[in-house]
Write a protein that binds this ligand. Structure first.
Ligand code: ADP
Ligand code: MG
Length: 291
């Protein structure tokens, strides 16, 4: 189990609630309301220190009763505030990413996909590639776990507090075309370029319209050396001309992505088929073998 060091010798389990973190081992009696508490509460609200506000009376009581150092009391409160803010940021990042399902790399069975190097994947989960604006392309057939891996890496980035967006290629193109028709393309493009990590799932073997292919290229291009992009596809990179149509556009896409890229070749039997789970429709044409 992971523990975070708070202060002194206090170790706190990661994910523990603030109340757990700052609670005293024995039951403290009811806090005394002092003169100035109302004013302090107002100041703490203005300063946007809600955890500080929620905890200070109980902690001050404990510290006074035990004759402890007041700066230790302040330190403990500041730490509780910071930890709570970090927890809320992670929660916000996960919500904003709009993952289609809750998946984690911890629940991925790497034995089922021998071509995938577990160590390399957990290295990616440390998110250093995002700091270096590198991309990830996961290639493999239907049900091999591409979306699972993409969400797992996305969740890992959220845990680091990074902004993440998740979309499928089909819905991204739909959204871009709609935004273009409604004269708000620039705003959407800015949002898409702003994510530290953008996941474009299911770039499947469906030829795109010329406008769709160009808009998708623009997104990839605008993210070039600004953020990281993860793309999952059932087609190897060499055959992306079947998706993008023109050879010129395909090599421009490849150039932008493949300059700094980690290719994850995922080969093996479909996990979904082997574990008897029903295949759900994804609104795209049937996927083909990647090999
Ligand atoms: P793909 O995107 O390649 O079509 P998915 O990631 O959607 O495949 O996987 C299909 C289902 O099977 C998901 O529920 C996923 O969590 C699960 N799955 C696939 N591969 C594995 C694996 N190696 N270990 C655990 N679950 C897996
Ligand atoms: Mg998928």
């Amino acid at each position: 189990m992971a523990y975070a060091k708070l202060s002194g010798a206090l170790l706190v389990r990661k994910g523990a609630s603030v109340a757990e973190m700052v609670s005293v081992p024995h039951e403290a009696s009811a806090p005394v309301v002092r003169e100035g508490d109302g004013l302090l509460a107002r100041h703490l609200k203005s300063l946007k220190l809600p955890t500080f506000l929620a905890q200070y009376q109980r902690l001050s009581h404990q510290y006074a009763a035990e004759g402890l150092d007041p700066s230790g009391y302040l330190l403990r409160l500041a730490e509780a505030e910071l930890i709570e803010r970090e927890r809320q940021l992670i929660e916000r990042r996960i919500k904003q990413a709009r993952f289609p399902a809750a998946k984690s790399l911890d629940t991925f069975d790497f034995v089922a996909v021998p071509s995938l190097d577990k160590t390399r994947l957990f290295e990616l989960a440390r998110c250093d590639y995002i700091a270096r604006q590198e991309n990830v392309i996961a290639i493999g057939k239907l049900g091999i776990g591409k979306t699972h891996i993409a969400i797992g890496l996305g969740m890992a980035a959220c845990q680091k507090g990074l902004s993440v967006g998740f979309t499928t290629a089909a819905s991204l193109i739909h959204e871009l075309l709609e935004a273009r028709d409604e004269q708000r393309l620039l705003r959407l493009q800015r949002r898409l370029a702003g994510y530290k990590l953008l996941i474009i799932d299911e770039l499947a073997f469906v030829p795109l319209s010329t406008a769709g292919a160009e808009l998708l290229f623009d997104v990839i291009s605008q993210r070039y050396e600004r953020g990281s992009t993860i793309i999952t596809s059932n087609l190897p990179l060499a055959e992306w001309n079947k998706i993008f149509g023109s050879e010129q556009l395909t090599s421009a896409v490849r150039d932008r992505l493949a300059h700094h890229v980690h290719i994850l070749e995922m080969q093996g039997d479909s996990y979904r088929a082997r574990h008897g789970k029903p295949q759900h429709g994804n609104g795209t044409a049937p996927e083909t073998q990647a090999e």
